[in-house]
Structure formats: structure tokens, C-alpha cells
Design a protein around this ligand. Structure first.
Ligand code: UDX
Length: 432
């Protein structure tokens, strides 16, 4: 069993830290945020992720997982140091590498003996070289190290499942032996392990997110065409998905993709491509369609109501997808903002994301439950496909509304069922 430091107790670091501990390793979770570390030391988990609280509790109690702000306590004792800090988008779409740089320097200063440093954060192609250089400059003369790129593919909301059931393990290194040593940490998970060079490993992460984002923008474009030509995107996607070359996943039309990965990574890949003299037309278009999709949704409402000024509108869903309180780059938040900008009186409801949204968009009202959100509303907009909404009592909703207009931005209902209740129903790409 190995001793591992995980730098960055965000979403990725926490999940991997807890998982490596659960696999029997000794894990230090390191973060410079004293408040966050103090909470974790008391057993308070700062993010909402199904199963994570229990995983952390179990391993803290077993003494395999501890949290610290002190690199000097964790790094010298570790055989592996995983960099899991954030790489947010800068203004022009580039990845912000400040946290990576400072983590690499701190790791360097605290290096003893031989250590394998693993880049798990999504970092621009070539970051392995940068981390190598920063560590080399900061480290004591006698310390030696290797840098391995090991991208993660966790989905929010199923991260704890995903971490134990990876589709593949990708390891990129100049030094094959270092990659083989990291591979041992994952061997028990029985996933295919691909060892390659560092840049290709870094690119695998970007290209994987980009193709998934592309599928979503593609199906959203087809949905638009379906609307105009009178076809139903749901059955079109189903019919496409039976072809094994296409497959059924990531063909759900809606108001577009959001979250902390897809928009940021597609932007960063496009930026890198431009910098390298390429013209990534497809990537730019994927992003453009994704933004338009939100505006188009609000336009549909305007087509039905005319001016939105002073109109009471209910919005169900604020998080970027179901089962998470994450509102980063959430399409729902964009829709909320557009409605507010157009003067609508919005009352929003989300099972878990309301506190975050209220801090960001204080102009809206937030209701304690879905039914009080729709009271007196001229339209109800669905922006996140929570199960709670799929199971809602729509007859009751209709009774509570002033005019029964339902815009389903995630196609969670069957148009015929909703219309049978007396609603005016508009989905995405459901043209029949
Ligand atoms: C994603 C990747 O799936 C994961 O591998 C990577 O490591 C991080 O980014 P995540 O951000 O958790 O994970 O979300 P995901 O479940 O992939 O959904 C992303 C967005 O696309 C959501 O806003 C979702 O609503 C939207 N989406 C997804 C669609 O609009 N249609 C689809 O068919 C699928």
C-alpha cells in the first residue's frame, strides 16, 4: 500500500483522496484553504456528492485519510503526490494555471527522496513540462521525481461510482517505469490502462470532453431542424442510438451543456488550437450553438407571451444538471438571468441549488417548493431534469398557474400527456 498526498480538496481531489484511502492507501488531503481543512478535520464535507460523506467518514475513522494545510507534513512522507487543484477559464478562454504553479512550487520545496508527481487536474497540453520545470527549480538538490499525467473522467453526481468503475485509466509519461508504478495504484479496479506520452494523455481529456460537448450541440441543432420540419427529436435520437457506431448516450436535446468541465475545456482547447495556428471551426461552433440554445429557449417564451416585462414566470431547476448543487456555467442560471434582464418577475425553485443561485441572482424570488413557485405564474420553465420535476403533480400545477404554459427545456415530459391536461406545451425539438 502506498502513501499518497492529494493537493487540492476540491471535487476531484476529495473524491480521489477518499477512494485511494478506501483502496487501503495512506492518504493526506492537502489544501491551502484553512477553513475548508478545518471543516474536513471535523468531518464536514464541503460539497454535495452522493456517497462521498460516507466514504470520507469511513476512511477517516480507519485512520487512512487525514487533512492538512501543511505541505511539509504530507509531501515528504509521500511516494505519490497528486495535483488536483482547479484550472478555471481566464477571460480569453485560456486555462488559469496559477493554482497549478503554486502547488508545483510547494511540492518542489517539500520533496524528499524519489517522488512521483501526478497531474490529475485538466491542464493545457504541455503542462506536464511546466510542472516538471517548476518542481525542478524549487526542489532540494538530492530529491528526484517524475511527472505523470493522469486525467480524470468523473461525472458530478456519480463521481463516487465512477472513481471505482473507471472506463479507462490514462497515464502519460516520459518515464515508462513511473507510469507503470502509478498503474499499480489502479490495478484492482480492472479497467483498461493506456500508457502513452504526456501530451497525448493531456489531449485525451480535452478531446473526450470536446466530443461529448459536440454530440450535445449536434443534437441541439438537429432538434431545431426537427421543430421546423415537424419531427420529434426524442424518437430521432432513439433511432440513431441503436446504431453501434453512434450509440445512445449524450443525444439528449435541451438548453445546452454547462458545468465546471465542458464549457471550460472546449474553450481551452479552442484557445490552444488558435495559439498553435489551427482554426478549430467545429469547436467554436459547438460553443456558439450551446449559448444560442439558452437564448432560443427564452425567445420561445417571448413568442408566446410577447413582452416579459412584469410577467410572473416560474423556473424549475437551477443546477447545471440533476443531482448536484453545482451552478457553474449552468444553462438554467443563464435562462434566469435572461428572464430577469427582460423584466420578468421570476420565482425559481431547485431542490438543492437555491442558496448558490440566490447569491448570484438576488433579483429573482426563490420558493420553498415547486408548487409555491408556480402560484399565479404565466408560464413554467423547466431548466434542469430533476426527478422531482418528472414526478410532479401537473394537474395541481395547472390549477395554481394563471396561464398554463409549460416550456420544457429538458424534454422531461411527453407532449401529448401534458397537452391532455390542458397545458400549452413546448419542448425542445418536439415538432410533431
Ligand atoms: C463531464 C464529463 O462527463 C466527465 O467525464 C468530465 O470529467 C467532466 O465533465 P459533468 O460536468 O459532471 O461531467 O457532467 P455531464 O453529466 O457529462 O453533463 C454535462 C452537461 O451536459 C450537463 O449540463 C448536462 O445537462 C448536459 N447534457 C448531457 C445534455 O444537455 N445532453 C446530454 O445528452 C448529456
Amino acid at each position: 500500500m502506498a502513501v499518497i498526498s492529494i493537493i487540492g480538496m476540491g471535487y476531484v481531489g476529495l473524491v480521489y483522496g477518499a477512494a485511494f484511502a478506501d483502496l487501503g492507501n495512506q492518504v493526506y488531503g492537502v489544501d491551502i484553504d484553512t477553513d475548508k481543512v478545518a471543516k474536513l478535520q471535523r468531518g464536514v464535507v464541503p460539497i454535495y456528492e452522493p456517497g462521498l460523506d460516507e466514504l470520507i467518514r469511513r476512511n477517516r475513522e480507519a485512520g487512512r485519510l487525514r487533512f492538512t494545510t501543511d505541505y511539509a507534513e504530507a509531501v515528504p512522507a509521500s511516494e505519490f503526490v497528486f495535483i488536483c487543484v482547479g484550472t478555471p477559464s481566464t477571460f480569453d478562454g485560456d486555462a488559469d494555471m496559477r493554482a497549478v504553479r503554486s502547488a508545483a512550487e510547494m511540492i518542489g520545496r517539500n520533496l524528499r527522496g524519489y517522488t512521483i508527481v501526478v497531474n490529475k487536474s485538466t491542464m493545457p497540453i504541455g503542462s506536464g513540462d511546466l510542472v516538471t520545470q517548476l518542481i525542478a527549480e524549487a526542489k532540494p538538490a538530492e530529491a528526484t521525481f517524475a511527472v505523470v499525467s493522469n486525467p480524470e473522467f468523473l461525472r458530478e453526481g456519480s463521481a463516487v461510482y465512477d472513481v471505482f468503475h473507471p472506463s479507462r485509466i490514462v497515464l502519460g509519461a516520459d518515464d515508462r517505469e513511473a507510469a507503470e508504478t502509478v498503474a499499480e495504484l489502479y490495478r484492482v479496479l480492472n479497467a483498461p490502462i493506456l500508457i502513452t506520452d504526456r501530451r497525448s494523455a493531456e489531449m485525451i481529456k480535452y478531446a473526450s470532453n470536446a466530443i461529448l460537448a459536440t454530440r450535445i450541440s449536434f443534437i441541439n441543432e438537429i432538434a431545431q431542424i426537427c421543430e421546423q420540419l415537424g419531427a420529434d427529436i426524442k424518437v430521432v435520437a432513439q433511432g440513431m442510438g441503436y446504431d453501434p457506431r453512434i450509440g445512445p448516450h449524450f443525444l439528449e436535446a435541451g438548453i445546452g451543456f454547462g458545468g465546471s468541465c465542458f464549457p471550460k475545456d472546449v474553450r481551452a482547447l479552442a484557445y490552444m488550437a488558435e495559439e498553435a495556428g489551427c482554426h478549430p471551426q467545429l469547436l467554436h461552433t459547438v460553443l456558439e450553438i450551446n449559448q444560442d440554445q439558452r437564448r432560443r429557449f427564452v425567445r420561445k417564451l417571448q413568442d408566446l407571451l410577447g413582452s416579459l416585462h412584469g410577467r410572473p414566470i416560474a423556473l424549475w431547476g437551477l443546477s447545471f444538471k440533476q443531482d448536484t448543487d453545482d451552478i457553474r456555467e449552468s444553462p438554467a442560471i443563464d435562462v434566469l438571468r435572461l428572464l430577469v434582464q427582460r423584466g420578468a418577475e421570476v420565482t425559481a425553485y431547485d431542490p438543492v441549488a437555491m442558496p448558490h443561485a440566490a447569491a448570484l441572482v438576488p433579483e429573482a424570488r426563490y420558493a420553498p417548493d415547486p408548487y409555491s413557485a408556480v402560484e399565479g405564474a404565466d408560464a413554467l420553465l423547466i431548466a434542469t431534469p430533476w426527478n422531482e420535476f418528472k414526478q410532479a403533480d401537473l394537474s395541481r400545477v395547472k390549477e395554481l398557474m394563471r396561464t398554463p404554459i409549460l416550456l420544457d427545456g429538458r424534454n422531461i415530459y411527453e407532449p401529448a400527456d401534458v397537452r391532455a391536461l390542458g397545458f400549452v406545451y413546448v419542448g425542445v425539438g418536439r415538432g410533431v
